[in-house]
Write a protein that binds this ligand. Structure first.
Ligand SMILES: O=C(O)CCC(=O)C(=O)O
Ligand SMILES: [Fe+2]
Length: 176
């Protein structure tokens, strides 16, 4: 897989010597589970590549609140079991992407830096809503109606990132 990342240049242009990720987060979402809107934050270099398996989801993008408005959840560890996830989605998304199973989604540059992303806690995704930018290309096989409600199943996501600073074992030893 690393050669595929290098060939496709997904992690090019970052301040990283090897152009491959050193961090992978695996999330499992049961139908109806989501993740609150958040920014991935400065602990990672600003490119994130996500492989999705099993089910689609609707990834929604929100403007980061201005200074003084409510927090932007920057770098906060997002929880996919929070009961308040849908409250955090009260704002309307600016745009959404229909994320297909077996797809690789790369978020970088402005989308990484200027928008929050989240997944609503719903079992049905309403394709009429949310300004879905890739709706026509991403409709699942057999569905040609952009008015459809898409039923979610269990989705597994593998999110690859580059973490710039990791805590060395030496530091851990010295702190004991
Ligand atoms: O599961 C996904 O596609 C998104 C996960 C995510 O946003 C995160 O872990 O920061
Ligand atoms: Fe994220």
């Amino acid at each position: 897989m690393f050669p595929r990342f290098q060939e496709s240049g997904v992690f090019d242009g970052l301040d990283a010597p090897h152009r491959v990720p050193n961090h992978c987060l695996v999330n499992e979402y049961l139908a109806g589970q989501g993740i609150m809107p958040h920014k991935d934050g400065p602990a990672y270099l600003p490119t994130v590549a996500t492989i999705s398996l099993s089910s689609h989801c609707l990834l929604e993008f929100y403007k980061v609140p201005e200074e003084g408005e409510k927090d932007s959840n920057e770098g906060e560890q997002p929880s996919n079991s929070s009961t308040t996830t849908n409250e955090k989605h009260s704002q309307e998304p600016v745009f959404s992407l229909l994320v297909q199973p077996r797809s690789l989604l790369v978020l970088k540059e402005d989308v990484y830096n200027k928008y929050m992303h989240g997944i609503r806690e719903v079992t049905l995704d309403d394709l009429r809503k949310s300004n879905i930018l890739n709706l026509n290309e991403a409709l699942p096989e057999g569905i040609n109606d952009t008015n459809a409600l898409l039923e979610r199943g269990t989705r597994i996501s593998l999110t690859f990132r580059i973490v710039q600073k990791t805590l060395s074992s030496k530091k851990i030893f010295l702190r004991k």
